[in-house]
Design a protein around this ligand. Structure first.
Ligand code: NAD
Length: 245
């Protein structure tokens, strides 16, 4: 479905993003992963190479507009089109508000929201010129109902939903679709670090009776990027085993 398409995945070095990169590459896309560090990007490229999957990688500071624009310009100069942007990089939070510093709160907003702004701003002129493009953002089920601590995280993901819905309207005249995926509890490093006594009661609350796998989430991204979703824009698609309800 994606032969010849150029797909950029931020946070593509592990977890959900790595699986998104893998699935797009298996669908024959030219995949470009962005990570936070050179080592993690190299590690992911090497890991995928062992599976006969070739991807390219960069590690710009996503909060530096000039650095992001520079890398995006280079990618466009090489491929002459950018078809899909997946904004997946993200960090979590768990402290109570009284223990959270202003710097910690704004750091979450920087990584989860402001970086997304930089990425989207950099690719949009190219997608507008092409009159074609798909932008997908990783939200979270907690954007819908919050969580009992770590207020910065649901705050940032609610902002992701707002950004998604607004840009869907703004960019629709250019045939650019903008959607988000809101995963539930997914089996990645982010969740593996949670203590057993936190995770086990959580699993009991999931109607489908299990936590999700990165592939469950990556499939939703593939669908939303594909022509199968050609009339879908401005949605936040829950992929959470109905845990939200
Ligand atoms: P992860 O920690 O395994 O991966 C996070 C990715 O983001 C990594 O590739 C990392 O390099 C990148 N990243 C983190 N900080 C960065 C920074 N400052 N600059 C650039 N890249 C940075 O986490 P994951 O579980 O795979 O999460 C991926 C996305 O899914 C995140 O946006 C997360 O909020 C969201 N999410 C995860 C879950 C879950 O249960 N795992 C649930 C809902 C939403």
């Amino acid at each position: 479905m994606f032969e010849g398409k150029v797909v950029i995945v931020t946070g593509g070095t592990r977890g959900i993003g790595l699986e998104i990169a893998r699935k797009f590459a298996k669908e024959k896309a030219q995949v470009i992963i962005f990570g936070s560090k050179e080592e993690s990007v190299t590690k992911a490229i090497e890991l995928l190479k062992k599976e006969d999957i070739v991807v390219e990688g960069y590690y710009p500071n996503l909060n530096n507009e000039a650095e992001v624009t520079d890398v995006i310009n280079k990618i466009y100069a090489t491929y002459k089109h950018i078809d899909v942007l997946v904004n997946n990089a993200g960090i979590s939070a768990s402290k109570k508000i009284t223990e959270t510093t202003y710097e910690e709160f704004t750091h979450i907003m920087d990584v989860n929201v402001n970086a997304m702004f930089n990425m989207i701003k950099a690719v949009t002129p190219y997608m507008q010129k092409q009159k074609d493009g798909v932008i997908l953002n990783t939200s979270s089920m907690v954007s819908i109902y919050g969580q009992p601590s770590g207020v910065g995280y649901p705050t940032s993901k609610s902002a992701v939903n707002g950004l998604t819905k607004s840009l869907a309207r703004e960019l629709a005249p250019f045939n650019i679709r903008v959607n988000a995926v809101a995963p539930g509890i997914i089996n990645t490093d982010m969740v593996k670090n949670l203590p057993k006594d936190v995770i086990e009661p959580l699993i009991k609350t999931i109607p489908l009776g299990r936590i999700g796998e990165p592939a469950d989430v990556a499939n939703a991204f593939i669908f939303l990027a594909s022509p199968m979703a050609s009339y879908i824009t401005g949605v936040v698609l829950s992929v959470d085993g109905a845990a939200r309800s």
